[in-house]
Design a protein around this ligand. Structure first.
Ligand SMILES: *Cc1c(COP(=O)(O)O)cnc(C)c1O
Length: 384
């Protein structure tokens, strides 16, 4: 070959080092993936994860995160998506078709019900709410193909009897999908408990930094994995390798963070339980929280996310003032980072079967000094 222009040298990739090894997670970014020759291009299989075909479908960085997450949850395969919510929508889009029916628990993360609503309006997929605490009352029609669950329930924190739900669903030939974000993939053996599909919002504890949006779908069954991959290949919910490297960086200390925050959150939840202005504290590790016995049976730990329900005579206005008086707890959606959060909800006014009428505040306990958090809560509670 004739002498190349320096510009060409500049543009061409460098020869890779063969002697450089590191403990760091390298960030392999790509849109174009270069094939060795036309024959390998022609032989590509979009779904084969031992190959690389296009950046959207994965680079070594994304595959590495997929392998680690599947390993962590004791699944076999993992599909990454651009958010927890897109993990929910991809699961439904990939595994349900026109005429099928999906059951959504009445305590679900609200956007999951919105996905079902959209699919019903646009794609002829039926859906219905069910009461996850009473599996015997679930109405399985012959076209019910998926039982969606979340444990514990968003905001109201009911721990469901997953093995019982899964047994009934499987008897009716329906898949069991669990949004297991609260357990972070480490304190609940979802597959051993009967789930077919585990959904995680990696945005939460797995990222740990309040700076990444990502979701994962983990399965054991290869055919399910292929259907998810096939749908993802045409829908294109790809993730950024840069973001994957941030999650990879946080994963090794996920368990330490989770356990430390769990301990402090349980102390604070127990403290709230003793306050006169509080009607109940919904934290699965507390004995009068719904599904506590199931939590004890099925979980080996708890997230530092729980809800406090105030007495009904305390107005929303005063609860809002209490939240605003907090100095260390910030107001905002999502959770899983180092900073403590507080967020108001009015469940009793929207969910008729919810036993409490007072307003609810969801707390997320971060990594601050526990004593400082309690001091902050004490001073703000004086407003009530
Ligand atoms: C946060 C959350 C989601 C959505 O995750 P995003 O990454 O914010 O889309 C889904 N399910 C549960 C239980 C969550 O807490």
């Amino acid at each position: 070959m004739t002498k190349k222009s320096p510009w060409t040298e500049l543009v061409q990739p460098e020869q890779r080092e063969e002697t450089f090894n590191t403990l760091a997670n390298s960030v392999e970014r790509a849109s174009t993936v270069v094939f060795k020759d036309v024959k390998s291009l022609r032989q590509r299989d979009w779904r084969d994860k031992s190959q690389y075909t296009y950046g959207l479908l994965g680079t070594p960085t994304t595959r590495k995160l997929e392998r680690k997450l599947a390993l962590m949850e004791e699944g076999k395969h993992c599909v990454l998506t651009s958010s927890g919510l897109s993990a929910i929508s991809l699961t439904m889009l990939a595994l349900l078709k026109h005429g099928d029916r999906v059951l959504i628990p009445d305590n679900a993360y609200e956007p999951a019900a919105e996905v079902a609503r959209l699919m019903a309006n646009n794609f002829g997929i039926e859906w219905a709410y069910y009461d996850p605490m009473h599996p015997e009352t679930i109405d399985f029609t012959p076209n019910t193909r998926m039982l969606w669950t979340e444990t514990p329930g968003s905001l109201t924190m009911e721990v469901v009897d997953l093995p019982a739900l899964a047994a009934i669903a499987h008897r009716h030939d329906a898949l069991v999908a669990v949004d297991a974000t609260w357990g972070a993939g480490i304190v609940m053996p979802v597959f051993d408990l009967g789930a077919d599909i585990s959904i995680q919002a990696l945005t939460k504890y797995q990222s740990g930094g309040s700076d990444v949006l990502m979701g994962s779908i983990v399965v054991r069954d290869e055919r399910l994995h292929n259907r998810l991959l096939e749908a993802n290949t045409c829908l294109g919910f790809g993730v950024s390798p840069e973001d994957c490297s941030l999650v990879l960086r946080s994963l090794p200390h996920l368990r330490l963070r989770y356990e430390a925050q769990d301990k402090v959150a349980r102390d604070i939840a127990a403290w709230f339980r003793q306050q006169a202005v509080v009607a109940n504290v919904l934290h699965p590790a507390l004995p009068d929280s719904p599904g506590h016995d199931i939590w004890k049976r099925d979980f080996s730990g708890a997230a530092s996310l729980f809800s406090v329900v105030f007495q009904p005579e305390i107005s929303q206005q005063r609860v809002d003032a209490f939240i605003d008086a907090l100095k260390l707890f910030h107001v905002g959606f999502s959770w899983g980072g180092s900073v403590s959060l507080a967020l108001p909800f009015e469940i009793g006014r929207t969910r008729k079967d919810f036993p409490y009428k007072g307003s609810l505040v969801r707390f997320y306990i971060g990594l601050e000094e526990p004593h400082d958090l309690l001091t902050d809560l004490r001073q703000a509670l004086e407003i009530l």
